[in-house]
Write a protein that binds this ligand. Structure first.
Ligand code: 5GP
Length: 124
């Protein structure tokens, strides 16, 4: 495949999750709509471990602004609906890692939805 330098730069600058949204990288897609996509985490930390990802690139939650209010609300509502559809018995945890020191490794906002085992508090 021949890519000119501008396309190469464009592809290199896409986040991992944009490549998944664009179907350039395969993923187990659980749900998709105009605003979001839900995929299985490649390295699950619980029997159910999903990533709820906005299609708009917001690197991390603290980068979101007032104009993102609808997107942020949508992600939360999708989490509840998916948990319901999967029969998670209204028992799940949502996690947002914000910043590398908080454990964020992919800088495209995402909610972790984890379920299927007991969770401790405070988290590690
Ligand atoms: P973070 O550490 O940024 O909060 O979460 C990133 C998550 O993305 C991790 O739980 C990691 O396992 C997951 N992840 C990393 N690479 C891939 C991938 O290529 N495909 C999928 N489905 N998940 C990934």
């Amino acid at each position: 495949m021949d890519l000119d330098s501008s396309e190469l730069l464009f592809r290199m600058s896409l986040t991992l999750f944009e490549k998944i949204i664009n179907k350039e990288i395969p993923a187990e897609i659980i749900y998709e709509d105009e605003i979001s996509i839900v995929i299985e985490d490649i390295n699950p930390q619980a029997p159910t471990h999903l990533l709820i990802i906005p299609k708009k690139v917001i690197p991390k939650l603290s980068d979101a602004s007032n104009e993102d209010q609808e997107i942020l609300g949508h992600l939360m509502l999708v989490a509840g609906k998916i948990a319901d559809q999967l029969g998670l018995d209204e028992t799940f945890r949502l996690v947002v890692n914000n910043g590398a020191k908080a454990g964020q490794s992919v800088f495209h906002l995402h909610l972790h939805l984890i379920s299927g085992r007991p969770f401790n508090w405070p988290p590690g």
